[in-house]
Write a protein of this length. Structure first.
Length: 104
C-alpha cells in the first residue's frame, strides 16, 4: 500500500526511502543512457513485491513510479504508449550490457 508517499507492507511502514531510491536509480540510468547513446530515454522507476498483493496505486503516483507485484508488470507496460522505436530499445540494451561488462 502506498499512503501519503509511504509504502506500507503488511503492518510495517517502510517509509518513502524505497520510492526515493527507485526514482534516483531511474535518473541515474537515464543519465547513463544519455551519456552513452546521446538519446533521451524515458526510464520509469518500478518497485516490485513478489508474492504480495499490491493494492492499486493512486493515479497521481502511477505517473511517477510503479509499485507492483511482478505479475502485473507486463500489463502495465502493454498499457503504456509506445515511447521509443525498437531500434532505440536495442541500442539502449546494448549500451546497458556494455556498461555492466565494463564495471562488473
Amino acid at each position: 500500500i502506498c499512503k501519503d508517499g509511504n509504502i506500507i507492507a503488511g503492518n510495517i511502514n517502510l517509509g518513502n526511502k524505497i520510492i526515493v531510491q527507485a526514482e534516483s536509480q531511474s535518473k541515474w540510468l537515464k543519465s547513463i543512457l544519455k551519456e552513452s547513446t546521446g538519446k533521451n530515454y524515458h526510464v520509469m522507476p518500478v518497485i516490485v513485491f513478489p508474492g504480495w498483493f499490491v493494492q492499486p496505486m493512486p493515479e497521481y503516483l502511477k505517473k511517477r513510479i510503479w509499485i507492483l507485484n511482478p505479475v502485473a508488470i507486463s500489463s502495465f507496460i502493454k498499457s503504456e504508449p509506445i515511447r521509443i522505436q525498437e531500434s532505440d530499445m536495442h541500442l539502449a540494451a546494448f549500451h546497458i550490457s556494455r556498461y555492466i561488462r565494463m564495471y562488473n
